[in-house]
Ligand binder design. Structure first.
Ligand SMILES: [Zn+2]
Length: 518
């Protein structure tokens, strides 16, 4: 295998000029031709009869020590304190921002100030490593019967930015490789919504604890800021708490548009909504070892022509949000496989649950890759319900139904995903599959993503068309990574390909599905 990989490097052109005329060079030329004809692969075997015969099965990536240390700092106790503090605001209904008759230390505005203080305290502890910001705007009133905002209403999103570190980059890139502003400016975002609601979404005064929906997701975002701020990461991380979700995704819509307008290089969004692991006495169907990851297949912004082409090629499960979800699943395998209790992300190939929506959609609608994390089995008596006892049954989104150890696992998954994305090279660009001839081989082309470190390499992944997640891969030798092309003896008709970029530690970007190139 080493010999053939050496051959790849040789064929890559660097040493080619030394092989003039001599007969061994003629052999090399033939071998090179075979390699590029796809008859010999990087594994050194002749072309197999079955399409995936030359494949190396994808192995679970090793855990990164710095990320593992950050995950060890995640605290169920701290998460409990955060969720409890948010519940104690009595209501966090977005409309309460316009009420002047609320008791002190209650309502959504007080909650926003408290969240800002948490981010500021985290930043103080890391010597100002976070930029703590608010995005406050007025949502215009609309008196239409179904409107959830009748009068102009102040909405505040709170967020903390941890800029990509040049020192962390130098470690990733090799000390002589310098730093790349492209890698530092790439951003990954975690969010939850801190607003809450009662049965009547317009009721801004009654008790609306919103412990699970979505103090749990807000606590995940704050916990990610707390544990990740103790380390430095090559790319930029943004930890967010939005409001206005229950009134119609208003806060996230505003922030996603702000990100678009300000040109944020936002490469992935994790939306945590209802991640409390509802614990109801007598419910035997809840599964604390699973977290659902919802993702959209075809991008929300795809124009009709692109949708037509995507469906014709069977690429409806390979939009950027779906590839991000697959990366979350891989991170789960890396960081939870040794956990005896078990915890794993489950891919849900749909935008969201039936009849429901979430803040990831706002980011999807601005063209960003975004996924939603939600507990395995929701209890609908414990969300969007007035707190009450009815025929002996407890309704309401109460603190006592939240499992803080479960939320801690969700926070670990988020933190590990953010840190992996921030450490991995940028995804390759202009990924294409050559379709100029009828051919049982597949030639892939790509352009390395911005700031791709010298030590990084391209990895081609593929799966059966009926398989949900990547099954096989072929690392591309460094020389061919720069040449930006590789041919594999696998029929493009039988598999779905992706191209990703990986660093030597095995941390990879999300894969990018190739578009056809004639
Ligand atoms: Zn929610």
């Amino acid at each position: 295998m080493k010999r053939i990989q050496g051959l790849h490097r040789f064929c890559g052109g660097r040493a080619g000029r030394r092989a003039e005329g001599a007969s061994p060079a003629a052999v090399v030329t033939i071998l090179c031709a075979l390699v590029f004809a796809g008859l010999i692969t990087g594994t050194g075997r002749a072309a197999p009869a079955r399409s995936t015969g030359a494949a190396q099965p994808i192995a679970t990536a090793p855990a990164d020590p710095a990320i593992a240390r950050a995950l060890a700092d995640v605290s169920a106790t701290h998460i409990r304190q955060t969720v409890t503090a948010l519940v104690d605001f009595h209501t966090r209904n977005t409309l309460s921002s316009m009420d002047s008759d609320l008791p002190p230390k209650t309502g959504v505005t007080a909650a926003a100030k408290w969240i800002e203080q948490q981010f500021t305290a985290i930043s103080d502890a890391c010597h100002g490593c976070l930029e703590v910001k608010t995005d406050t705007f007025t949502q215009p009133g609309d008196d239409a019967p179904r409107s959830r905002v009748k009068v102009p209403t102040t909405i505040t999103n709170v967020y903390a930015i941890m800029r990509g570190s040049e020192a962390a980059q130098a470690i990733m890139r090799g000390s002589d490789a310098g730093t790349d502003p492209g890698q530092a400016s790439r951003m990954y975002l975690v969010t939850g919504h801190y607003d809450s609601r009662r049965t009547d979404v317009m009721d801004s005064h009654g008790i609306a604890p919103g412990a699970n929906d979505d103090a749990s997701g807000t606590a995940v975002s704050i916990e990610c800021a707390r544990v990740l701020s103790r380390h430095r990461w090559p790319s930029t991380l943004v930890c967010v708490a939005v409001a206005g979700e229950e009134q119609g995704l208003l806060g996230s819509a505003h922030l996603a548009k702000l990100a678009k307008d300000q040109g944020w290089q936002l490469a992935g969004v994790l939306n945590n909504d209802i991640v409390g692991g509802d614990t109801t006495p007598g419910d035997t169907l809840q599964d604390k070892t699973r977290i659902r990851v919802f993702s959209q297949g075809i991008p929300a912004t795809a124009p009709p022509e692109e949708i037509k082409r995507t469906l014709a090629l069977g690429l409806e499960s390979d939009g950027p949000s779906r590839e991000l979800a697959r990366l979350v699943a891989g991170v789960g395998r890396t960081y939870f496989h040794t956990n005896p209790a078990g915890f794993r992300p489950v891919l849900e190939f749909r935008l969201d649950r039936f009849l429901r929506g979430g803040d990831h959609l706002s980011f999807n609608q601005q063209g960003f890759a975004a996924v939603r994390l939600t507990e395995w089995r929701e209890n609908f008596d414990h969300q969007h319900q007035d707190v009450r006892l009815e025929n002996g049954k407890q309704y309401g989104d109460l603190l006592k139904f939240v499992d803080f150890n479960y939320v801690a696992n969700v926070a670990r998954l988020n933190a590990a995903t953010l840190a992996t994305l921030a450490s991995a090279p940028a995804a390759p660009e202009e990924v294409r599959i050559v379709t100029s001839n009828l051919d049982n081989n597949s030639t892939l082309r790509w352009k390395p993503g911005p700031g791709m470190p010298a030590k990084a390499h391209i990895d081609i992944v593929w799966r059966d068309t009926s398989a949900p997640d990547w099954q096989y891969h072929q690392p591309v030798p460094a020389a061919d990574t720069r040449n930006s092309s590789m041919t594999l003896p696998i029929s493009k008709d039988n598999v779905i390909f992706g191209v990703r970029a990986c660093n030597p530690a095995g941390q990879c970007s999300p894969a990018v599905a190739p578009l056809p190139e004639r």
